[in-house]
Design a protein around this ligand. Sequence first.
Ligand code: PLP
Length: 393
Amino acid sequence: MYNQKMIKLGEERSDIRELFEYATARKKIVGKENVFDFSLGNPGVPAPQCVREELERLLRETPSVALHGYSSAAGLPEVRASVSDYIRTRFGAEMRPELVYMTCGASASLTIILNAILNEGDEVVVLAPFFPEYRVFVERAGGKLVVAPTDEKFHLDAEKLRPYLGERTKAVLLNSPNNPSGAVYSEEEIKSLAALLKEKSEERGEPILLLSDEPYRELTYGAKVPYVMNFYDDSVVLYSFSKSLSLAGERIGYIAVSPKCEGAETLFSAVCGAGRALDYVCAPVLFQRAVAKCLGKSSDVGEYKQNRDILYHALTEYGYECIVPEGAFYLFVKALEPEAKQFCARAKKHELLLVPSDSFGVSGYVRISYCVERSVIERSLPAFKALIEEYRK
Ligand code: PLP
């Protein structure tokens, strides 16, 4: 009677959401302090001061309609201009305000761009491990998700990707810093990808787009995140302030189409059309104004780094295997048995809530979100130790 695909999607829930709901229920039973919830990537470090200051100033000085009314679908012209200026000055890339579209976060940026570019059956190539919602977003836009492998450190290897680019490839979707591996793809890696995409686009006589999903751009521990537009013409950046400014619940981000894209204006029209078709009336106006004054700022990355260091050092000392995350706030740890789901079930008995890697497109790992309060990490360490000891018995 109703849409079967939607019913299935609603009932399935993601592994991550499922675990988060379990954590909420479990805390009521055994006490908040006894559950180690590493499920969601919900930023625990407060938004930087500039956000609060700007919100307070806006509320004091701006008429209500200019804060809470509609804006143009693509966003306030002055905000689009600020984003465009920022991209030009910070990254040295070409940009124009008319090619910036303000959105309700990265999820909206992804949904809109995918609906803008995909025809039924077109393929979008992602690198494993990848954010599980990519599958939902691509399939709902009528596309097919194609999963390509990375190297042993979860880094981009263009030659490993090559066989996955075919006749129907419309775009390659990258996410660096990566959720869940923490890998930050280097300039060399981006350059070799750009060369491959250029070669394949020429062969096909049609550009393959490079979509860069960048909610973690500012959250790195020393690694530099190359700006894709500087290396490949047919690029679109999908940005979100959810993680960088700890504004995940406010739903604010943008799409920036490179002016060097073939038919950039037409692509932008398709973005506007998809926004309209998907009912994205406009991004929240109060937050459009606030983020325009906080571009390039971020929450205290030092806090995440300390969390990362405590967890990484303790876990590797106990005997767990993992790669040091270069960015984002996730630790990707090898499960202690081949089936990650079974390992997570055993971890749950120690009140450790970890996400199995299967929905990220690789098997045998778990994701630990370390954007939590420091005390949760510290209190969880004996449980991680007990868990590995249990496997050694
Ligand atoms: N892309 C990646 C890689 C993510 O990790 C997330 C959220 O965790 C999103 C997109 C969605 O972010 P947003 O809250 O901005 O919609």
